[in-house]
Write a protein that binds this ligand. Structure first.
Ligand code: CDP
Length: 807
């Protein structure tokens, strides 16, 4: 019959792996039906907000709350003194340090939380904040980490005992303002290789402080039900289960009596991984008042006080033969952590995965040393759309490659090509310890360069330089290149944990009798579209249409324990758990099918959406029929029902990679940049949803553009934040964003059940050096080696000026 459903129709009907399925989340987001934390309104709910320090470093002599308590609508004002008897005036950070919840004797950065005013509404809380009188005694401010390491000023009094620095969470301190030293690789051999090398290039670069700046700021609602002893906490949490465990450990409330719910989240990018004083104060205030308490940051609070990103001073030496074969790499980082070390990294990695800084290159010898330092800036150090400092690592190596190319007077694309790790070298053990799972860098690079007509671009650029020198144009042309390797999917429990919690992930699936399903995961989407893509993984694994599968995340009462969503770990870890749970369902379904078809288990095989008898395709049972049978028939030796749960501990990280090219014109007289072309080739292994991948790439590139070309959190010498509003902090709009051309190759991960690697952060990781290299490259012919980001118009103008191009 002509209209019989074909196998291809059945595959298409599933909307499984590889299908550009439309995002199921968007129906509610585009119709204003999202449910964000600020949408939560509970009976009698109060509002809490902070008195914040105007000073970056000051002793607190007195806090007078009496006038505030008279303000109509104000019910309570909490200070460190109120939290101290509960042991909650300081809290542990993810980095093994501790952080003041409310200022305990002094403040260490501008905007630090000093007191928490609880009122009937946000307006009364704001009036109450105005009425709290704090008597400060200003102290010397240090915003430069190098100065901090020389200064007599002790920023953290708990770092000193009997006049000497005491050990920190990661070993001895070199100075009272020093937090840790972390090393990877071989120091002496690397120094020896570099000392004896034919060519050595050196550079120091500052990867400036910036902020993830999600559209939705951080916030929570805490509701303590004293009758039942249950605490419910809604919040913008990227890791709800970890938050539940932390709240239990620091509050003493048993974990089963705490329910943490992450509702819809309007972007996270790392900003919502850590624990903030607002969470602790809201919980305490709810316990004290017996009412639900909401705390929501405003934009300035978010930019000035919650977790920053980057702030790495990186000094590199790279050695090579005269022909350009790299022989060694040395990297030293001075990491500015602000007032508390609140970096969100796996415990054993105080500088995250900075030791991926050998990049995509076969570098035989390398050494990395990172020194963490306290200053009078906000704490944090999150992976802003990257997997734990990988953006810094990739920026470092991709700049060092360019600097080496200048030293060798070589083409930077060719220098990359001759140093890439070769396809046959995978799995590749890098000099700094990681084992890269798979890659085919040469194929990706050749495809990228061919697509953009690299040789043609270089010829055009050479002509432009001649025209500029001849006075025919005032515009220069930069060709930005980057080739990056990410490391995502933290991570094997054996070496990755957060606060002692191994970094596995989980998925639980229940198939309903009618052949639809719900899957619950320990991750939480913040815009990535998990409800769409995880259903696609399942559709292909269990043969039920993605449209019949609900994905639920973010509720600790219902989801199995998971470590959350950040560092592009969802697909590598939770995606793998999903596939594995699906396979358990399929294994049981096979036994049911065999029983129904009256054959041995081994005589049936899975085919798209059914089990068929081998060699007799007309004899089959669809997954829908099998689901019904699981609930409707008494099958000997098989429990009723069709459910499965999987906890997945990945054997290794996954290593996505990509090749990016940016073509940029720069007006030398104004410093204005015009991105003429941006080509992004990504390899994230097996692709689940090409449309969502493209969206991830667009978003990540746009954030990369922002960071490279203007976005920063800047301080003056007094520790005042100069970029605390969106008037000063660059958030790109459609006006600044170019048209992106996306492309791909597919090199599956050999250890991931479906071969997928993460992708969400790749475009940011690869994008920042690509934009920056384009700016630097435009000035290469005029003697430029390196200038620091962000490359805003003013700084570019200054570069041109310093090179004598305005004479
Ligand atoms: O952890 P996070 O969700 O931020 O990052 P991710 O694992 O890279 O996934 C981002 C989005 O891209 C998710 O919806 C993934 O399912 C999707 N993705 C995909 O379709 N194919 C891949 N190979 C990797 C991610």
């Amino acid at each position: 019959m002509k209209d019989e459903i074909t196998r291809d129709d059945r595959v298409a009907n599933l909307k499984g792996m590889g299908c550009s399925r439309k995002r199921v989340e968007d129906a509610r987001f585009t119709q204003g039906k999202g449910n964000y934390v600020d949408d939560i309104k509970l009976d009698g709910m109060l509002f809490g907000d902070f008195v914040r320090s105007p000073y970056a470093h000051a002793r607190i002599k007195n806090i007078d709350i009496s006038a505030a308590m008279e303000v109509p609508g104000v019910l309570a004002v909490l200070t460190a003194k109120d939290l101290e008897p509960l042991g909650l005036h300081w809290m542990p950070t993810l980095a093994g340090d501790k952080q003041m919840v409310l200022a305990d004797g002094k403040v260490l950065f501008q905007g630090q939380e000093v007191a928490f005013v609880v009122a009937e509404d946000r307006y009364a809380a704001a009036d109450g904040i105005e009425a709290v009188e704090v008597d400060y005694e200003e102290l010397p401010v240090i915003v430069d980490p190098f100065e901090a390491l020389k200064s007599d000023v002790v920023l953290r009094e708990d770092t000193v005992q009997d006049g000497k620095p005491v050990d920190g969470a990661h070993g001895p301190r070199k100075h009272h303002n020093h937090i840790f030293t972390w090393e990877a690789g071989d120091k002496e051999p690397t120094e020896e290789v570099i000392a004896n090398a034919e060519v050595v290039a050196e550079e120091t670069m500052y990867y400036h402080r910036t902020h993830p700046c999600p559209l939705e700021t951080c916030g929570c609602v805490a509701s303590m039900d004293k009758v039942n002893g249950k605490l419910t906490l809604w919040g913008t949490f990227q890791a709800p289960h970890a938050i539940r465990t932390v709240v239990s450990l620091i509050s003493g409330i048993e974990e089963h009596n705490i329910r943490v719910i992450s509702p819809d989240i309007g972007g996270g990018f790392g900003n919502k991984v850590g624990a903030y004083p607002g969470y602790v104060c809201s919980v305490v205030a709810s316990i004290v008042t017996g009412k639900p308490v909401k705390w929501i940051e405003d934009r300035m609070d978010n930019l000035m006080t919650t977790a920053f990103a980057r702030d790495y001073w990186m000094t590199g030496k790279i050695s090579a033969t005269k022909e350009g074969k790299i022989t060694g790499l040395h990297c030293h980082v001075t990491a500015d952590h602000g007032g508390f070390d609140a970096c969100a990294d796996p415990t054993k990695f105080p500088a995250g995965f900075m030791n991926i800084c050998t990049g995509s290159y076969d570098i035989p010898t390398a050494f990395l040393e990172v020194d963490g330092v306290y200053t009078n800036k906000a704490p944090g150090g999150v992976s802003y759309r990257c997997s734990f400092r990988v953006t810094e690592a990739v920026y470092f190596i991709e700049r060092m490659i360019e600097v080496l190319a200048i030293k060798l007077d070589m083409d930077a694309a060719e220098l990359r090509r001759i140093n890439f790790i070769k396809k046959e070298q995978f799995p590749y053990k890098a000099a700094l310890g990681w084992e890269y799972d798979s890659g085919d860098y040469h194929t990706a690079w050749d495809k990228a360069l061919k697509t953009v007509d690299y040789d043609g671009l270089r010829a055009e650029q050479a002509q432009r330089v001649e025209d500029f020198k001849a006075g025919k144009t005032r515009s220069l042309m930069g060709i930005g290149l980057s080739f990056f390797t990410e490391i995502v999917g933290a991570g094997p429990v054996k070496n990755c944990d957060i606060l002692g919690l191994g970094m596995f992930d989980s998925c639980e699936i229940r198939i309903h009798p009618t052949g639809s399903a719900i899957a619950r995961l320990g991750t939480i989407s913040q815009g990535q579209g998990h409800a769409t893509t995880f259903a696609q993984i399942l559709a292909s694994e269990i043969g039920l249409p993605a449209d019949s599968i609900t994905i639920e995340e973010g509720d600790t009462d219902t989801a199995p324990y998971g470590l959350g969503t950040y560092g592009s770990r969802s697909t590598p870890v939770a995606g793998a758990a999903t596939a594995m749970a699906g396979r358990k369902i399929r294994a049981k379904a096979q036994m049911i099918a065999a029983y129904l078809l009256e054959v041995h288990d081994d005589d049936v095989e899975f085919d798209v959406d059914r089990f068929v008898v081998k060699g007799a395709p007309e004899r089959f049972k669809t997954m829908k029929e099998i689901a019904f049978a699981a609930y409707n028939q008494a099958i000997p030796g098989i429990e009723p029902g069709l459910e499965a749960v999987s906890y997945y501990d990945p054997p290794n990280m996954t290593y996505p990679f990509g090749a990016y090219v940016c073509v940029m014109d720069i007006d030398v007289d104004t410093g204005v940049t015009d991105i003429r072309r941006f080509y992004a080739l990504d390899d994230c292994g097996t692709r689940i949803n090409p449309m969502i991948i493209e969206g991830q790439v667009h978003g990540g590139l746009t954030e990369a553009l922002a960071v490279a070309l203007g976005q920063e959190i800047a301080y003056d010498d007094m520790g005042n934040v100069k970029t605390g509003t969106l008037m000063d902090f660059f958030l790109p709009t459609a006006w600044e964003v170019p048209n992106y051309e996306t492309d791909y190759t597919v090199t599956p991960s050999p250890h991931h059940p479906i071969g997928a690697k993460g992708v969400g952060e790749s475009p940011h990781v690869g994008g920042v050096p690509c934009f920056s290299n384009a700016v630097q490259d435009a000035f290469r012919a005029f003697g430029n080696t390196h200038t620091n980001m962000p490359h805003d118009h003013w700084r570019i103008w200054k570069t041109a000026n310093a090179l004598g191009l305005h004479d």
